[in-house]
Design a protein around this ligand. Structure first.
Ligand SMILES: [Zn+2]
Length: 628
């Protein structure tokens, strides 16, 4: 997939992390067309019996129980099961069998569901994604073709207001205008396929920011509208005050715990009396405080052979912490402990793929943090199996019991004693099909070898002086690499256009400059259009520019914000981006690599000078472009 993509469709997956001032808790979904669903033929169902494992059935530990699987379902559970002669035997003495894990807070696109299954997550509960993507997964699940990926239940488009959280990603989403619209808004989401309704109720105060959010009246109206259709209403909150309002408005769940202040003594009882449940998302609570929650996963030898470079990069990130932020991770741990003690169901959720997380692998960190908060390891395992299944009405999964789906995870050791044992995966079964982890491991190994080769590669010929182009020769040719060319969202289904023209006159008496003009169209959610410089010998081939530290150029334009997007192989072609101003006068722009996803420059595929995401015509020029 990656190697044949020129101007990769993943380019569309712009925007989170590096340049957003705030992005607490959600990341942008992608359009379904960015990663077409491939219909794999359904293999024949296997029949087998797993003998002698410790079995954690989702609620309690059974010692020395056998589990018999037939046609994708659990047929029987018990000691010394007598099976037919043709039933394959799997000896699992010393190992522990768990229900497949459920991550109760994710944002899902592209290959997220495959990544999840690779680490034992067999169901993801999405809290904001593209309804078109979700529909594709549903079709695959219904056709029995989803053995090689986690299942998905999804909120689809979330409920927020104009300029509220959820609208900052440059993706056009419908927003709620008044309480009177609540029912039609909710009904439109259900028509798109939403399994439950996710509401944003967060004014940014916990992070020292200010942005609009639903009024209390709107919140209550949306909750009531969801309940009228017998759907769960779950709420993203950022503060304890917000959590209180949500629960008092009748919300079924909070999908984050707050950490702006310690839990008030009466808060757990409030949640308990209202029968609310809480998806803790401690992983991202930790990341929001500025600590890279996932970094310990990258160095865990039980997991690292399966973590690809893009995931590793994201796991090592955290949210930038603003100066007025009030968040304190100890508050989140205390709130989870108090809720759990009061008998409020606590669910494991990662909020992948926000900074500090990755799909699948982060559930193992979340389990560890739940134990840190005071759950026993067995209770933490329930928080990722039977508890979310019950809370979300998933009656066919979450436990190991006759009749349920054979979504199973076999691990070495005993995670009911040491929660980190969930990382030592022996076998993952999805509806009775053993998932082959070897290809993913081989791909990660090859990626590591390729990265080592790229680091050892000589810099591109002609790059020594650092000048890319001053456009003096009147062409799009460059001193090294394969020149400038037009790049737009058109190959990803967009309709944006760009035109490149060398014009006379540049800054400080320079002879020429490159004019970049065109139109940003709203046909594609991640619209872009501009000039792509490819530093490699062929377009988009990686080049080792690790001797350089920053991008320098001059810019002038119509006053609208423009963007530099840097594509590297190790970030999985997900561009890091940085806005720059292009006003009436020429101004020098210097962007250190550290502000472009922190790349060391060893595998740069392309540097894109694009218009901003606002639709309409644009016109800007760049001159004297260099790497230094
Ligand atoms: Zn989220």
């Amino acid at each position: 997939m990656k190697s044949q993509t020129r101007w990769s469709p993943f380019a569309a997956a712009f925007v989170f992390a590096s340049t957003l001032v705030f992005a607490p808790y959600i990341a942008p979904p992608l359009h379904a067309q960015d990663k077409p669903a491939e219909a794999a033929p359904a293999p024949a169902a296997d029949t087998f019996v797993i003998r002698g494992a410790r079995v954690f059935d989702g609620e309690r530990l059974l010692t020395d129980a056998d589990v018999w699987v037939e046609s994708g379902r659990i047929k029987a559970v018990g000691p010394h099961l007598r099976t037919a002669a043709n039933v394959r035997e799997i000896d699992a003495h010393g190992d522990t069998l768990l229900p497949g894990l459920i991550d109760a807070h994710t944002h899902t696109w592209a290959d997220a569901l495959k990544q999840s299954l690779l680490f034992g997550v067999t169901t993801e509960l999405d809290m904001f994604s593209d309804p078109k993507f979700d529909a594709g997964v549903r079709t695959r699940e219904a056709a029995g073709q989803n053995h090689d990926a986690a299942d998905l239940r999804s909120a689809g488009t979330l409920v927020t207001v104009e300029k509220g959280h959820g609208t900052e990603y440059g993706i056009k989403i419908p927003v709620l205008a008044s309480p009177a619209d609540a029912q039609s808004f909710v009904d439109a989401r259900l028509a798109e396929g939403s399994d439950y309704i996710k509401i944003i109720y967060d004014n940014g105060g916990a992070y020292g920011l200010t942005f609009p959010t639903l009024t209390k009246e709107e919140l209550a109206a949306v909750v009531a509208a969801a309940h009228k259709r017998h759907k769960l209403a779950v709420v993203h909150i950022g503060s304890q005050a917000g959590a209180r309002d949500a629960i008092e408005a009748g919300a079924d769940a909070l999908v984050h715990i707050f950490e702006d202040e310690p839990p008030a003594p009466d808060f757990p009882k409030l949640a308990k009396d209202h029968h609310a449940f809480v998806v803790a998302t401690l992983t991202v609570n930790e990341s929001v405080t500025g600590k890279a929650s996932g970094v310990s996963l990258v160095t865990d030898a039980r997991l690292s052979p399966y973590i690809d470079a893009a995931s590793a990069t994201n796991l090592k990130k955290s949210f930038p912490r603003g100066p007025a932020s009030k968040v304190d991770f100890s508050n989140a741990l205390a709130a989870v402990a108090a809720l759990h003690k009061a008998g409020v169901p606590v669910l494991a959720g990662t909020d992948a793929p926000n900074p500090g997380t990755a799909h699948g692998v982060s559930i193992h960190r979340e389990l560890q943090l739940l134990v840190q908060a005071g759950l026993t390891p067995a209770e933490a395992l329930s928080a990722a199996t039977s508890v979310p299944a019950r809370a979300f009405g998933l009656i066919d999964r979450g436990r190991i019991a006759p009749g349920l789906r054979a979504d199973l995870l076999l691990v070495k050791g005993d995670p009911t004693q040491d929660i980190a044992a969930t990382r030592d995966i022996v076998t993952i079964w999805k509806t009775g099909f053993a998932y082959d982890r070897a290809p993913a491991r081989a791909a990660v190994e090859k990626e590591k070898q390729d990265a080592a080769a790229a680091r050892a590669a000589a810099p591109p010929t002609g790059s020594e002086q650092g000048l890319i182009s001053n456009f003096d020769d009147g062409t799009l040719n460059t001193k090294f690499g394969s020149g400038f060319s037009v790049s737009t969202d058109s190959f990803a289904g967009g309709k944006s256009t760009a035109d490149l023209k060398v014009i006379e006159g540049g800054p400080n008496g320079a002879k020429n400059a490159l004019q970049i003009s065109g139109t940003i169209s709203d046909a594609f959610a991640y619209a872009w259009a501009g000039a792509m410089f490819s530093p490699g010998a062929t377009p988009f081939a990686p080049a080792n520019l690790s001797t350089k530290k920053s991008l320098h150029f001059w810019a002038r334009g119509d006053g609208r914000a423009c963007r530099v997007m840097l594509f590297t192989q190790s970030a999985g072609y997900m561009p890091a981006q940085k806005a720059f101003a292009a006003g009436p006068d020429w101004k020098e722009v210097v962007i250190p690599f550290s502000e472009l996803g922190g790349t060391d420059g060893h595998d740069i595929n392309g540097i894109l000078f694009s218009a901003g995401s606002i639709t309409g015509p644009f016109n800007f020029a760049i001159a004297n472009v260099s790497l230094q």
